[in-house]
Design a protein. Structure first.
Length: 135
């Protein structure tokens, strides 16, 4: 895209490597961008960090409790998670078994780095569970 813009504005055509060399010379590096929600409210983030979180931490300390940040995810065996090249207009096909399964995982981590997780192979009960303590 940068090379196309240079060609459009300056009528100079550079190779992809040439564009990369110029960008590097100008102090830029190729990076994966950080993702932030466009709905994020900087004032709400500030208030949470400076007011809400210290209050939660103080209450947990007062009660002898540990605060955990938790998340869960699920993966299905028929999930399409990648991309590949194919001739234009010809959708690529991936051959696979019709037998499907899913795996769900739940994990939690403390501010001190203690981590818990569990993995569910079906909806009824955990199959694997572990605790890791680095604190």
């Amino acid at each position: 895209m940068v090379g196309d813009l240079i060609a459009l504005l300056c009528r100079v055509w550079l190779t992809e490597q040439g564009v990369g060399k110029y960008l590097k010379r100008w102090g830029l590096s190729f990076q994966r961008p950080d993702k932030r929600a466009i709905e994020q409210d900087p004032e709400a983030v500030r208030a949470w960090r400076e007011e809400t979180w210290p209050a939660i931490r103080a209450k947990a300390q007062e009660e002898g409790a540990e605060v955990l940040f938790a998340d869960q995810t699920g993966v299905r065996s028929d999930q399409v998670s990648g991309r590949t090249w194919a001739p234009r207009g010809e959708t690529p096909t991936v051959r696979r078994t019709g037998n499907r399964f899913s795996v769900n995982a739940m994990s939690a981590i403390s501010p001190r780095g203690r981590m818990w997780f569990t993995v569910y192979w079906d909806r009824s009960r955990p199959r694997c569970s572990a605790t890791s303590s680095t604190a």
